[in-house]
Ligand binder design. Structure first.
Ligand code: AMP
Ligand code: MG
Length: 400
């Protein structure tokens, strides 16, 4: 009797247990975009480093409206004055200019009438008006970014403000995508009888890149035992993660599993209670991970989303994305699979303030167009009959 299929969660857990996070490196801020931070970043000093003006105007002392003050100098951004403010005086100041000694407030220039060498201030001024305090954004020594954070624009800005010139990040996983199949032709090549274009190679490479991987150009392997073994052997030498699509089922031309066994790649699991994606295979040789994904393009993308993406994240020590939406209401009934969870490509729409999941057209595992415009995978549990519209379903991210 065949062993019971692993659940999606069990399979994903085995993947995560098998891998070891990659080493780290230090890179300049200019090279750090989209990398995963491997060490916390804390503020080297207070930010802002000095009290400064939030407006273009005049640094003044607090007081009533209608005062006339003599303008005795200027504090520009980057060019502070060494004059201290005395009674009856104002110092011209620009946004970001340091508040001069003796001043505690700024009056915007819109609120003054400037005459030759003096101003009349039209409004009363309180201490602290239009002043940005030292350390208001970051206090020296506080942690600004935590390890595991992906460095997007905001994070790079914050790291720089915190004083960092370089950051410690995880190495990018080196990924090799291989597509098996005698029927596969390269993009744009004319098709002979029985042939199709190799969608998986470019799709899986793009997915890997978007999850932070360094990919070698995807390669194709024929349905031949020796060639499959040679191709896998080469990939295993230089990759942290090998993703091979097709050839993992039980057909007479499915050579991936025996080839991997000969190459000493140890099986961790094969087959998951998932539709599409049942024949998914996962194994390791040393620290190299191998994913054998089913050949149908939708199955390949779904299994990438559920198993490879979390692996690429974990290899980089990357925290899961903050999920704003983890559940939705199924907008149309879905026929259930009696023993496998279905990953249904859905579009998400908000209706009456609630999130609805609309199945994105025909769901066959060969229907590449069902991926177009899909926002997520709605997980429909195994069972009899159909899951009715209106039922709450969990969502899994569908990576770009
Ligand atoms: P397999 O898993 O090798 O049995 O393939 C299952 C189905 O997916 C077959 O119809 C294949 O022709 C198709 N297929 C396999 N690899 C690819 C690929 N790289 N691009 C598009 N379709 C594929
Ligand atoms: Mg095949």
């Amino acid at each position: 009797m065949p062993a019971a299929l692993l659940t999606i969660d069990e399979a994903r857990q085995r993947v995560l247990e098998t891998l070891t996070p990659l080493a780290t490196e230090t890179v300049a801020i200019a090279d750090a975009r989209d990398r995963v931070l491997a060490a916390d970043v804390s503020a080297a000093g207070d930010v802002p480093p000095f009290p400064c003006s939030a407006m273009d105007g005049y640094a003044v002392s607090p007081g009533e409206a209608d005062r006339i003050l003599a303008v005795i100098g200027e504090s520009r951004a980057g060019l502070p004055t060494d004059r201290a403010l005395g009674t009856g005086e104002a110092i011209r100041i620009s946004t970001g200019g340091a508040i001069p000694a003796g001043a505690v407030a700024v009056i915007p220039q819109e609120d003054v009438e400037a005459a030759d060498g003096s101003i009349r201030i039209r409004r009363a001024v309180r201490a602290g008006d239009h002043v940005r305090d030292r350390g208001e954004d970051m206090k020296a020594g506080t942690t600004v970014l935590h390890a595991g954070t992906i460095l997007g624009a905001a994070e790079l800005g914050a790291a720089v403000a915190a004083g960092a010139g370089a950051v410690t990040v995880a190495l990018r996983p080196r990924v090799q995508v291989l597509s098996t199949g005698d029927e596969l032709r390269a993009p744009g090549e004319p098709l002979g009888p029985g042939e199709i274009h190799n969608s998986n190679g470019p799709m899986l490479s793009a997915l890997a890149v978007h999850q932070g991987a360094n990919t070698a150009p995807p390669r194709r392997l024929p349905d031949d035992r020796a060639a499959t073994e040679a191709g896998l052997d080469r990939a295993l030498e230089s990759a942290d993660v090998v993703i091979v699509s097709g050839g993992v089922s039980v057909g007479p031309h499915d050579h991936v599993k025996p080839a991997l066994a000969s190459l000493g790649v140890e099986e961790v699991f094969w087959r998951v209670a998932l539709q599409p994606g049942k024949p998914t295979w996962f194994g390791r040789r040393g620290s190299t991970l191998v994913f054998g994904l089913p050949g149908n393009p939708v199955s390949a993308v779904v299994t990438f989303a559920l198993f490879v993406r979390p692996a690429l994240f974990a290899l980089q020590g990357r925290a899961e994305d903050r999920r704003l939406e983890a559940e939705a209401i199924l907008a149309a009934a879905v026929r259930r699979n009696s023993d496998r969870t279905q990953a249904v490509r859905v579009r998400l729409e908000r209706r009456d303030g609630r999130l609805h999941a609309l199945p994105n057209g025909p769901q066959g595992s060969h229907i590449v167009t069902s991926l177009l415009g899909a926002d997520a995978l709605a997980m429909v549990p195994a069972g009899e009959g159909q899951l009715e519209a209106g039922t709450t379903v969990t969502l899994e991210p569908l990576p770009r």
